[in-house]
Ligand binder design. Structure first.
Ligand SMILES: Cc1cc2nc3c(=O)[nH]c(=O)nc-3n(C[C@H](O)[C@H](O)[C@H](O)COP(=O)(O)OP(=O)(O)OC[C@H]3O[C@@H](n4cnc5c(N)ncnc54)[C@H](O)[C@@H]3O)c2cc1C
Length: 388
């Protein structure tokens, strides 16, 4: 039986996230966009009300929620500001490989305390010379006795300046391709971690993105996530969990752009009547609604599959590329609906158009999602959902 209804708990979670977005994020979004200030206070409040790190298992004092629960939550948070919400989402990205591969010892030491206090985390995989081509990373981790010594540089690491710990992907065997990579969890205060300056980005300006350099960073071997050689599998496997939530973030931004467009089109007059009476304005808005609905269902499908034990890589990539490209188009159309005012920072859609671009780039570009989808199609799998 197909059932699209939310449970009572999910409805309560959605309402909590919606209220938080309306009362805590939206009123401060403009300030954080203009100043670029990291939204630490908002994150503290999000943690207090239980909107951070939703998928930490209950045995480690977490909420033990599903990807679907996260999808429902993130649509609401991103509706209010995707810059603030990316800081929350980036924590999930760092957590995902750790939850996939880490030992009980790591989970008790690093993850369990996250329930009690706001702890920020960062996923450090991309490098100055390798983003899409993860196998091209050059950071090395050399075994010396009971430790690994990590050297190299990472780039574009979200939350880096405020991270309490990093998930780091490094090469433990330079001759073994994908199988020569390993993941580590490392306390941010460990000597040998050097942070770059906060990058000034086009959008999501309060999200903290930096380069991070490791100089003879000494990490005890028990802090390896999974086994030696498991790093690539774990780091990429994380995306099956997080891409549906990034995709729904784009849906949230698109929904905000559509709501602004509807309001504006009904109040702005041209030629003696509201611009909304023209099909040239109302049809693009109708198409926004059509594509937002479709995008949300793709996210729900990708979330449902993984929550029910199916591999969802193909569906997660489809959700990510559809929602990212759709939201970019919706925000561009929203600027068009606003005319000259759409191009101005005193009106809301200019920020949305700047913010939304990154969805086509982070967590795998829109081209890379197409590469993944094509591979599945060429291999003859993934054309049908595995549950059909
Ligand atoms: C604001 C921001 C936050 C980020 N946060 C994080 C983070 O927290 N952690 C992290 O590890 N990384 C993070 N990233 C990095 C992000 O994931 C990469 O930027 C992204 O994967 C692309 O890599 P690249 O920038 O090196 O571009 P490249 O890989 O050099 O690609 C350049 C262009 O070529 C295209 N291209 C490359 N290969 C192919 C191909 N085979 N077929 C078709 N087109 C191709 C790409 O799609 C892109 O358009 C972040 C980036 C930004 C900008």
């Amino acid at each position: 039986m197909i059932d699209f209804s939310l449970t009572d708990e999910q409805k309560a979670l959605r309402d909590l996230a919606r209220d938080f977005a309306k009362n805590e994020i939206a009123p401060n979004a403009e300030h954080h966009d203009h100043t670029g200030e990291f939204p630490k206070e908002i994150l503290k409040k999000a943690h207090d009300v239980g909107l951070m790190n939703l998928h930490i298992p209950t045995e480690y004092n977490g909420a033990g929620m599903t990807v679907m629960d996260e999808i429902i939550t993130f649509e609401e948070l991103f509706y209010a500001c995707s810059g603030v919400s990316t800081a929350i989402l980036a924590n999930n990205l760092a957590l995902a490989p750790v939850l996939l591969g880490a030992s009980d010892e790591i989970l008790k030491k690093f993850i369990q305390p996250m329930a009690d206090q706001l702890t920020m985390a960062a996923y450090a995989v991309t490098e100055p010379g390798a983003g899409s081509d993860v196998a091209g990373i050059r950071t090395t981790a050399k075994r010396v006795g009971d430790d690994y010594i990590i050297n190299g540089s990472k780039m574009w690491i979200t939350n880096a300046g405020f991270a309490d710990w990093f998930f780091i992907l490094a090469k433990t065997d330079s001759n073994a391709g994908h199988k020569g990579m390993s993941g580590f969890i490392v306390d941010a205060k460990t000597p040998g971690i050097i942070l770059g300056k906060k990058e000034k980005n086009m959008g999501q300006r309060c999200s903290d993105t930096r380069s991070v350099t490791f100089e003879d960073l000494k990490v005890p071997k028990w802090q390896m996530v999974g086994k030696e050689g498991d790093g690539f599998k774990i780091a990429m496997g994380a995306f099956d969990h997080t891409r549906p939530t990034v995709a729904i973030g784009a849906v949230g931004v698109a929904r905000a752009a559509m709501d602004h467009s509807i309001r504006y089109a009904n109040t702005r007059n041209a030629f003696g009547k509201p611009i909304s009476v023209n099909q040239g304005v109302s049809f693009p808005i109708a198409e926004m609604a059509r594509d937002i609905e479709a995008g949300r269902l793709l996210c729900y499908q990708a979330g449902w599959l993984i929550d029910n034990g199916y591999r969802n890589t193909y569906q997660a990539s489809i959700a990510k590329v559809f929602c990212a490209d759709m939201a970019m188009r919706v925000c561009t159309d929203a600027v068009q609906v606003f005319g000259g005012y759409g191009f101005n920072e005193e009106y809301p859609v200019e920020k949305l158009m700047r913010d939304v671009k990154i969805f086509q780039i982070y967590e795998g570009t829109s081209q890379i999602q197409r590469v993944i989808i094509s591979k599945f199609l060429n291999d003859g799998v993934g054309i049908e959902s595995p549950n059909l």
